[in-house]
Design a protein around this ligand. Structure first.
Ligand code: ADE
Length: 422
């Protein structure tokens, strides 16, 4: 078979394995599958060019397939240098004829060359995860702006970046914050990150979690999910938070809450899920126990200060795949997983398909919404329309064979009235 697409991937020979993985994921993605089937019939995205910057995984492949079946022309690059599944990338090119620019382990320069390659297609819609695609457009590729109708953003970090662009008056086109859909962050961020972060840590280290002091930095939706799952494995969870409300919630959820400097002295495993920079830094490394393990599950590799760790160390070696051992000048050894990049995608396979089903159903339906309504939108960050969010929840429940009750007319009336009291 002659492949006529332009692409940059590890090895096209890996396509066979990738195809099977994509098929496996599809079985766990019934909502995306139903959308795919409808899109194939109705072609709601005919004539639309979509540039995606997403983690190139088997779940993403199913989203891209749905968009393509809907009539869009689709191209994808990686949203993180370590998250690409090279076999999936190969299958996307070979079996789905979707141009892919993504190689697991690519360096920074290649990462941005790949972003530029997808932008060269002059997209109408951008689909971003973390904000690097949109920020590149706004800084170095303004030539692309003239064709763009709107974009979507998959994750908390990207939404925060775009809100800050909106507030500074520099955002040049509308963005729909897919992350903020309830059917996204209640499930993907909580259950997806919760499970897949533990999965990444265990695949990298094979350590026993039971009885360990497991420090979770950040009690957003990801931190809540991670704390819940770590406790389920028998760990003693300690939560570190800066927001009093979230800290209080963690206390009432039954976790110990304390400043990181205190937790640093007793923690066995530390995971950052804050979205902020230099959360674990020099002062914390200085008091950590010998053998402490560090991982990050936030979008960027800035949460653990690797430069501080390097300055404090006089030796670094890779002791296992995804585990770097830093020997500090006083002889203590600290282990950093996945180079501080999101551990669930660096060392495992990211969120399970069953949660990505909802996240990506939102993405597909938002692309359809942008095609229909995008020209009316202003250069702002928008929520996912409530009808889409509700539709995804309904479809997911139906796919699980779960039925729920409806309000009676009397109950509906009661909820709308204010006159009735005691
Ligand atoms: N983000 C987290 N997990 C993911 C996955 N499995 N696929 C795509 N994006 C993800």
């Amino acid at each position: 078979m002659v492949i006529l697409l332009d692409y940059d991937i590890r090895d096209i020979q890996l396509a066979g394995e990738g195809k099977l993985r994509i098929e496996w994921a599809e079985m766990q993605m019934p909502v995306v599958k139903l959308i795919k089937e409808r899109f194939e019939k109705e072609k709601p995205l005919e004539g639309v060019r979509i540039a995606a910057c997403l983690h190139v995984t088997s779940e993403t492949a199913n989203l891209l397939d749905a968009l393509k079946k809907g009539g869009a022309s689709v191209v994808v690059c990686a949203s993180n240098p370590l998250s690409t599944q090279d076999d999936v990338a190969a299958s996307l090119v070979k079996d789905f004829e979707i141009p892919v620019y993504a190689i697991k382990g690519e360096d920074n320069q290649t990462y941005y060359e790949h972003i530029n390659a997808v932008l060269d297609t002059m997209p109408h819609i951008t689909m971003d995860d973390g904000g690097d695609l949109v920020s590149t457009i706004h800084s170095k590729r303004k030539d692309v702006l003239e064709n763009i109708i709107a974009g979507t953003e998959e994750t908390t970090t990207g939404v925060i970046r775009f809100r800050s662009m909106e507030n500074q008056g520099v955002l040049k086109y509308p963005i729909i914050a897919v992350n903020d859909a309830k059917t996204k962050h209640f499930f993907d961020n909580r259950y997806g990150t919760g499970q897949s972060t533990i999965d990444g840590i265990l695949r990298a280290t094979n350590i026993l979690l039971a009885g360990k002091n497991f420090v979770v930095c950040g009690y957003g939706w990801c931190g809540r999910g991670l704390s819940m799952r770590a406790r389920g494995m028998g760990a003693n969870v300690i939560v570190v938070e800066v927001d009093p409300l979230k800290a209080l919630e963690a206390v009432m959820d039954g976790y110990r809450v304390m400043p990181l400097l205190e937790a640093a002295k007793i923690g066995d495993i530390f995971v950052t899920v804050t979205g902020d920079t230099s959360v674990i830094r020099r002062e914390h490394f200085e008091v950590m126990k010998n053998g402490a393990i560090l991982a990050n599950s936030g979008h960027f590799n800035v949460e653990i200060s690797i430069s501080d760790l390097e300055e404090l160390s006089n030796r670094k070696r890779r002791i296992r795949n995804n585990v770097d051992e830093y020997t500090l000048k006083d002889g203590r050894r600290i282990f950093l997983l996945g180079e501080g990049r999101l551990i669930n995608l660096a060392a495992a396979e990211g969120h399970p398909a069953a949660v990505m089903d909802m996240s990506f159903a939102n993405q597909a339906l938002c692309a359809e919404y942008i095609k229909k309504e995008g020209k009316r939108l202003e250069s702002r960050v928008y929520s996912v329309p409530e009808e889409i969010d509700k539709k995804v929840a309904k479809m997911k429940l139906e796919s699980m064979g779960i039925k729920i009750d409806k309000l009676t007319p009397e109950q509906e009336k009661y909820l709308k009235s204010w006159e009735l009291g005691t």
